[in-house]
Design a protein around this ligand. Sequence first.
Ligand SMILES: *Cc1c(COP(=O)(O)O)cnc(C)c1O
Length: 729
Amino acid sequence: MWGPAVSTLSRASKEVVRPVQLPERIKGLQAIATNLSWSWDADARALFRRIDNTLWYLTRHNPISLLQRTPVERLAVCAEDPEFLAHYDRVLAGLERLSSNAGTWFGTAYGDLAAGPIAYFCAEFGLHNSVPIYSGGLGILAGDHCKSASDLGVPLVGVGLFYTRGYFDQRLRIDGWQEDADETFDPATTPLAPVRGPAGELYLTTVQASGRTVHVGAWKATVGRIPVYLLDTDLEENDPADRQVLRQLYAGGPELRLRQEWILGVGGVRVLRTLGIQPAGWHANEGHAAFMFLERLRELTRQGVSLNEAVRRVRATSLFTTHTPVPAGHDVFSHEQVERCAGRLWEEMGVRRSDLLALGRNPAAAERTFHMTAAAIRLSGRVNGVAARHGEETRRIWGDLWPRREPSRLPIVHVTNGVHLGTWMAQPLKDFLDRSLGAGWSRMADDQQPWDRVLSLDSAALWEVHLRLKAFLLNFIREEARDRWAAYWREPAHVVGAGTLLSSGALTIGFARRFATYKRADLIFRDRDRLRRLLVNRRQPVQIIFAGKAHPADEPGKKILQEIHAFTRDPSFEGRIAFLEDYEMHLAHRLVQGVDLWLNLPRPPLEACGTSGMKAGLNAVPQLSTADGWWAEAYNGMNGWLIPPAPAGVDPDAFDAEQFYRLLETEVVPLFYDRGERRVPVAWVERMKQALRVTGERFTANRMVREYARGCYLPWLRGEPFNDDPPVA
Ligand SMILES: *Cc1c(COP(=O)(O)O)cnc(C)c1O
């Protein structure tokens, strides 16, 4: 990958990479490094840092690279150091506790339920930046879902795809045009382990695709208590074309996407069967996984079950989560494309072609197309959107599938997304809460109680923690710029645009997400003079940090990115606008933990949820956002700022931009610079506490997974399938 390989790692990569050879006494480090639970276990992270703090930094927190690069002499010293060994033994004991769910929420309340697990399918998983098989919000949500399921002891197994080249790495040309670099990543530097077939084969199953037999293997990622199987077709047994199918996430045209999704759905079910896993329920996270439902239909019809009855049975144990109301976010394939990939599936199933393809009919889309979201909705007994407002939108968009039902009786609900506290809250803040609320607060974190107590935290002390995280971010930005300047930037303007002139005293706003046009990164530039007056104010300066990738095929998104990039080197903004290349989880951590204000400006109602603002909130960073996604239900007047919906008949872009300037000029900036004793902005810190309280109480992934468990997983594990009428349209 370009980021790690060439930037921070450039200093370390000259060293020889060798297989890890650990002294006997500490050979469990291998097991600790290959269960991703270390990534949210402070004690485990501290153990790796103890081996070599600088290498930990240079490897971007990759324990496997760290162990590969640590000199044997240093490891030998660790193996003799009593303090290190006590620490090591403690972490290893913690790891062993993950082999059962004793003591967890689920284990305590429902430990007697032996059925399971729940199969959770997603096209991408964002587990850690060292495993680059995710593109953004959807994947990170799936990763957070697994981590919380692990913490709560919920029996879950993830199924996804292994992309040999991951998602593209972003490099910007000097003119700001995004180039898509890609490099194969080395699984040996990741915690992924190949899974062998029953007789030691590298593949676990086969799938017919495009008229050929494709062998499907899998890599296992261990995420605390949760296994995630990532399917791989880059095997010698396969035709070269099939070996390439899973090279890159969301790359290529519809035919390639279709084949990737076919492998995910059909191959995923078959791999679970080969491994002897019999799920009690099936959760498809976004429509990419809809062929999983089709494969289960095929299994039933092959046993002689009629298509109608098979649909009823599949629906009874299926849940579908939809993530976007934006049409481009839904895959639609022509019947011919489906037939070319899947072959004459209906013959094998003993059903009529038209009956099978009708499962993907969308009354609102072109005839003779197979719509993955429509199919997933028809084949799931429950459907949910990912925030209250998105639930309403989903009922509005898809209600037509049940033409004779009252909107209130549609089986479409919402489960608002959440973010994994252990992953996203900065360690210094956790330590501060330990000191202030008592070390037990995080165990009670699923109750309201510790979150109310946040309001009584010492303001000056909380502010100091924040300033430390902000300094850490600015330092990180400079070090990144230094590495890229040394490695490949050719013009000094790159260095300025990457944020090296940012100052620690100025109000710092973060805006980082995909550069999709509806997210409106360019909205604040509608009135440049007014923006400039805000930013370059000598007494109360404001600075803005941007980051994010445009989808490789999204030309309008790339244009917006290019425009913003031009502002970063416009001297009239005095270096107060920065763009950070290659947004991924590591950078996301630094940003959501270190800025003063999180900004989100989606055009309502197109943002289904928006999780980055939750990550900021868990770090006591307030948000300013339009009334869309989670913010429509989270804003309480004290935890940030809201741009109200534009009145009917008014240009929403003009209205929202005006509100943005007004809020900054009259509320945000004055509040931030209103300083009390020791220059603490007391009223601002009150907003920070509210941001932390509201997010901690209602927007963690633990709350989300418990909701999924109560609504669907538990009924399935108890053998109580859904019993709803299927849609008729
Ligand atoms: C959280 C996250 C996202 C998603 O952010 P949204 O606010 O939902 O758009 C995208 N990319 C990365 C790297 C993230 O950490």
